[in-house]
Design a protein around this ligand. Structure first.
Ligand SMILES: [Cu+2]
Length: 138
């Protein structure tokens, strides 16, 4: 009987453990790092519909700023300052190629290419969310 209830608890934990990672399905992780290429992967190809999440694993703040914000073309995304151990994410970014940089360290450059069909819901949204350990890929 004691074993049975222990199994229930154990299985409950297993269910939670196996359910949680499914939240990560559909999230594409890009890591901000201290050394070149700074954004890893620097050149990312991502299926439409994925949430793209940049995780700042460095000791200083960075931004994720679409080149259009600098050139005067459409400014598709601009994270603002992302502190260490925080992340920035974009949802519903439409198919296309987007080069971006860090406003604070312009040597940091990356490209995201979204492939596939246009995502329903038209516009992207972006939020700065608290970094959660274990979710970021190193
Ligand atoms: Cu930076």
């Amino acid at each position: 009987m004691r074993f049975a209830s222990a199994m229930v608890v154990f299985c409950g934990v297993l269910v939670i453990r196996t359910v949680l990672p499914t939240e990560g399905v559909g999230i594409y992780h890009i890591t901000m790092e201290e050394l070149s290429p700074y954004y890893t992967p620097k050149d990312a190809t991502i299926p439409a519909g994925y949430r793209i999440q940049w995780n700042n694993k460095t000791a200083t703040a960075h931004t994720v700023t679409h080149d259009g914000c600098l050139t005067g073309e459409a400014c598709v995304f601009d994270s603002g300052s992302v502190p260490p151990d925080h992340s920035f994410s974009l949802s519903l970014l439409q198919p296309g190629t987007y080069s971006y940089y860090c406003r604070l360290h312009p040597i940091m450059r990356g490209i995201v290419t979204v492939i596939g069909r246009r995502v329903k819901g038209s516009n992207f949204t972006h939020t700065s969310i608290k970094f959660e350990s274990g979710r970021a890929r190193s």
